[in-house]
Ligand binder design. Sequence first.
Ligand code: 76R
Length: 250
Amino acid sequence: MSEPSQTLDGWFCLHDLRKIDWSSWKQVPEEERQAMVNEFIRLLETWQTIEEEETGSYALYTVVGHKADIIMVNLRDSINELNAIEQEFNKLRLADYTMQTYSYLSVVEQGNYTPPKDGSDPLDNPNMRDRIYPILPKWEHICFYPMDKKREGEDNWYSLPLEKRVELMKAHGMTGRKYAGKIKQIISGSTGLDDWEWGVTLFAHEALQFKKLIYEMRFDEVSARYGEFGSFYVGNILNNEHIHPFFQTN
Ligand code: 76R
């Protein structure tokens, strides 16, 4: 038998992806549309306040392509709060013109593969706390996808001895660290919470860096041999000043 590695778990995370029914939206008189967008902005302001108080964090991005039009990511202490946020959005008038095309529930996680040797609490380390209670960067682009570790014949991540997993994750971390400053990653665990085992949320100043990092990682044994991936959702930041132009139709 192989033993689980310890994880440090922080904020719960909801990725909420919406498609906009543009043809119905266009039928709404301009003034009403403006009012509905303002209501949405007021909801966003509550998320911004929570972020300033460091009791949660959020990200709002567009999604390029057919899978959705926007992605909202929220981090909070409990799934009750995440559910309340989702319902608050659903009750906005704007929500009548959106469809939730995908969502993903997880909890921000730090694989504690190398616990402190002196036996101290890893949460005494502020770096560790920042990793599991992260303030999401407001960088230009987002890339989100869910993934699993394989459980097939000889390629079963869950039956590898802990030392082997530590070794593979070390190599993974080394590849990742080459992208310091270019990519910020949030890893969230979703075993028992959603259909895949992890959510991978990356932020970048340049979208090309997603391809470079993920391609390079494909050659690390942990991804090459054990990684299985879901759909990718990629988009651009929607700052407050982008929101009215985004919803403008004429
Ligand atoms: O040594 C270390 O610091 C390693 C820190 C680290 C861990 C524990 C780390 C670093 N990751 C960890 C865990 Mn990661 N990561 C992914 C993907 O597309 C793919 O091939 C895989 C998707 C990317 C792109 C990525 C990026 N990582 C994990 C886990 C949990 C596994 C487990 O516990 O078994 C998954 C599923 C996962 C997947 N990783 C980094 C990155 C980057 C850019 C880094 C370095 C960033 C940094 O040091 O802050």
